[in-house]
Design a protein around this ligand. Structure first.
Ligand SMILES: [Zn+2]
Ligand SMILES: [Zn+2]
Length: 807
């Protein structure tokens, strides 16, 4: 959540040490200087604006009581646009007060028109609950704000539908509850004046495409009742927010991006942990892959609670970012500096907090108590208590997952440590934005993990500080999203030709497919849903139904793993981590969708291997660049998890490889790929025996760098490389979206191909390692155990591509 007030409450203790001095002491600790770059982000004075003349006195007074003396200029501008009926997106920084921009027009309208209603959508229940508190605290008569989500008791639901005029919910509830029950909601929808979409940058990829159609279904129902609500969207700073918001809502949206809130200056350091001396904890090279086989890299996301960035399965070359962050946290806390450390995984946050506590206690017994961990999965009361303790200075250090990115009004810290690039510049700025209380100088440090993207970024500060934040990528035309969404819409009301325009590109084709499949029947009055049951469509579902993880002895449900990852993480014998506890899988029952596990902490980890096959279905677009070809198209990816390795945790030593008997799975998706002629490779000095390793290494690094171009995560993407592919008849590297129907990432890669592969080439070439490391060409999710890989030949491959590809 955002503070809606320019007068943000801040803790009442004195200024911390000057950030530059603090940084100087931190970087002087060890041998060598870990800091690769220091950027000064200047302070900015706020630009207040008068209250808009249309804002009623009652509302101004309510905000003034809450400490808002006057709006900032961007708040007043966005609010007035919305009040005058324009759809608007306000895309400004952390704590710039985006809430006021929609509360002002929405509440003014509710006060002026005793019938008008407002629907507020947040990506999480926690954020909706925070907003409910903020609106309720204004104590405006007749608004009766209420949350309506899965936790709302049945007994209260009818009251809310009838009487609340400010309903706060989430897209899932809109999809599963409100739209299917539109008859009961007709009174509310008929009077709907505003739809507020908070944190709209989180609606990206496949999830975002689903939400885009849920919003079109909402607009359709409103139109049936004669309502045409105004959409007000709030976004973190993002590239081209008007276009993204337009894709999301299907409406023309005006963007307000000029942040007029005040900000303290930030000293932003890029930090690369030192290389470890050779021999410390290195594992023998792995040699178990089959020569000549295509190298496939899976795209399934890791389960929540699984460490994603802390790859324990690779040779450690640099000091781990987790250890480095824990030390920095201990050092800043010892200096009395209020510090927040962002860590990507839940387990990582716990590890950082525990290590920092330990070193502080070693120095001064009891000092460790001033550091805590904070992550999603904690109870709300626990989180509130931690936030309170940090604001009041009882706690000085918090190690958190990005749970803090959403839903919490915690700003004004002296220092922010970011353990590993969070995947996008948008997230990076959002996290760094927590630093700096009421105009004071603050410190932000990005600690690089041992992977190609982080390494590239700490050596290319211009890619962070000189580049605009990413655009939010979503693709409502994805037919794997469009067809099921049209089925949902048809259940709500028969589809008409006008609806095909509303649902946009591909809607007619999708309807024809549904008719051919017997799901819809065409009648003179429209297309009708033919079945009794509603279609089952999960907005966030990916790769099949989730698999439940159940402890055999107690029958306790530990959690779920998405279907796409289940074969990798829950195969028989797999070591599965959940909230810091280690379990071993006894049985994976795919028919029932559950895995039975028992508590056990063996001294090995498990690593599944898969065999991937890819065939080209169609080519959408291509660039013919002489010996090089660049393509975008549809592909079928077939993968089968065939075995797993057990490796010693301490040394990485491979104990054995065990076969598995799991079925193959198919994914129809979108890929970008490039081909090179064998002659051009030979001319560039790549021996034919080294071609597989060259392509495989280029593929890994290209996947690692794609998040620089698109708002995706390395785990959203898969890849495959081969010295000769049956469909292309040439050496080929494929990079594909790991979601059925694609998610827009490969398309983005194709559109920015030369910039993307240039950054990839530079990342490999500039890495200081000899033969390849996790900072350049090794991948934490390689299906082939990072073998074969040839770092120097990967550079030659990319040089050939870049020399031929038009800019
Ligand atoms: Zn390297
Ligand atoms: Zn690989």
């Amino acid at each position: 959540m955002e503070s809606s007030s320019p007068a943000t409450v801040s803790a009442g203790h004195g200024p911390g040490p000057a950030p530059a001095d603090l940084l100087g002491r931190l970087r002087a600790r060890g041998a060598g200087d870990p800091v690769t770059h220091v950027e000064r982000v200047p302070a900015r004075a706020g630009v207040p604006a008068p209250w808009p003349s249309w804002a009623p006195e009652e509302l101004r007074a309510a905000f003034t009581r809450r400490g808002v003396v006057a709006p900032w200029q961007h708040q007043a501008q966005a609010a007035t646009l919305a009040y005058e009926g324009d759809h608007v997106v306000v895309a400004t920084g952390t704590a710039s007060g985006k809430s006021l921009a929609y509360q002002l027009p929405a509440l003014a309208t509710v006060l002026a028109d005793p019938r008008a209603t407002v629907l507020y959508l947040a990506p999480t229940k926690a954020l909706a609950a925070d907003q409910l508190r903020a609106v309720a605290a204004l104590e405006l008569e007749g608004v009766r704000p209420a949350c309506y989500d899965g936790d709302t008791p049945r007994a209260e639901r009818e009251w809310i539908r009838r009487h609340s005029r400010f309903v706060l919910t989430n897209p899932d509830m809109l999809h599963h509850g409100i739209l299917p029950g539109h008859a009961q909601w007709s009174g509310f929808l008929r009077r709907l004046a505003y739809v507020v979409i908070d944190e709209c940058h989180t609606y990206r990829g496949v999830f975002g495409s689903h939400v885009a159609h849920v919003l079109r279904r909402l607009r359709r129902q409103c139109a049936r009742f004669g309502a045409t609500p105004v959409f007000v969207l709030a976004s973190a700073t993002s590239g081209d927010p008007a276009t993204a918001a337009g894709r999301l809502t299907g409406l023309p949206v005006t963007a307000v991006t000029e942040d007029a809130s005040p900000r303290g200056g930030v000293t932003f350091a890029l930090w690369e942990p030192p290389l470890l001396p050779p021999d410390s904890g290195s594992a023998p090279p792995d040699s178990s892959s089959v020569p000549g086989q295509a190298a496939g890299d899976r795209s399934s996301a890791p389960a929540p609670g699984q460490a994603t960035g802390d790859h324990d399965d690779l040779r450690q070359v640099r000091r781990s970012a987790l250890r480095e962050t824990a030390d920095l946290l201990a050092d800043t806390v010892a200096e009395g500096v209020r510090t927040l450390a962002f860590v990507r995984s839940r387990k990582g946050a716990e590890v950082v907090a525990a290590n920092a506590r330990r070193s502080l206690d070693d120095a001064v017994p009891g000092l460790g108590d001033r550091v805590a961990a904070y992550r999603g999965g904690y109870l709300r009361e626990e989180r509130r208590e931690l936030e309170r303790a940090l604001l009041h200075g009882d706690l000085l250090g918090l190690a958190s997952t990005n749970a803090l990115e959403l839903g919490v009004d915690l700003v004004g810290l002296d220092a922010v440590l970011i353990c590993g690039y969070p995947g996008t510049r948008a997230s990076l700025w959002q996290q760094a934005g927590r630093a700096g209380r009421s105009g004071q100088e603050a410190l932000a440090v990005l600690v690089a993990r041992d992977d190609p993207l982080d390494t590239y970024l700490v050596h290319h500060p211009e890619a962070i500080f000189g580049a605009p934040v990413e655009a939010t990528v979503l693709d409502p035309a994805n037919r794997y999203v469009l067809a099921p969404q049209l089925a949902c819409a048809a259940v709500e009301a028969p589809l008409t030709p006008a609806d095909l325009v509303l649902f946009g590109d591909g809607a007619k084709e999708a309807v024809d497919e549904l008719v051919a499949a017997g799901a819809l029947r065409q009648r003179p009055t429209g297309w009708y849903w033919r079945h009794r049951e509603r279609p089952e469509v999960d907005l966030r579902g990916e790769g099949g139904a989730p698999v439940c993880v159940v402890e055999s002895a107690t029958g306790r449900l530990l959690g779920t793993v998405d279907g796409g990852s289940s074969h990798f993480l829950l195969h028989p014998g797999a070591v599965y981590l959940h909230q810091g506890v280690s379990y071993v899988v006894d049985e994976l029952d795919l028919a029932d969708g559950c895995a039975l596990v028992h508590v056990e902490e063996p001294d090995w980890s498990t690593h599944a291997r898969d065999v991937t096959d890819l065939s080209v279905v169609s080519v959408r677009s291509y660039v013919d660049a002489g010996p090089v070809g660049m393509f975008l198209g549809e592909v079928d990816v077939t993968s089968q998890v065939v075995s797993y390795q057990r490796r010693r945790i301490a040394t990485g030593e491979v104990i054995d490889t065990r076969p598995l008997d799991l079925p193959a799975r198919e994914l129809r998706t979108v890929a970008v790929w490039f081909t090179l002629s064998p002659q051009s490779l030979a001319l560039a000095g790549v021996q034919s025996a080294d071609v597989p390793g060259a392509l495989h290494a280029a593929e890994h690094a290209a996947i690692g760098l794609l998040p620089l171009m698109a708002t995706c995560d390395r785990w959203d993407i898969g890849g495959l490389s081969t010295a000769v592919h049956a469909d292309t008849e040439a050496p080929t590297v494929f990079v594909y979206d790991g979601h059925p129907g694609g998610a827009g990432f490969a398309e983005r890669a194709y559109g920015t191909a030369s910039a993307w592969l240039r950054a990839t080439r530079d990342a490999i070439a500039e890495c200081g390692c000899e033969t390849g490391c996790p900072s350049c060409v090794q991948s934490p999710k390689c299906g082939n155990g990072n073998n074969p890989l040839s770092k120097p030949d990967a550079i030659r491959v990319l040089d050939v591509v870049l020399a031929n590809l038009p800019e």
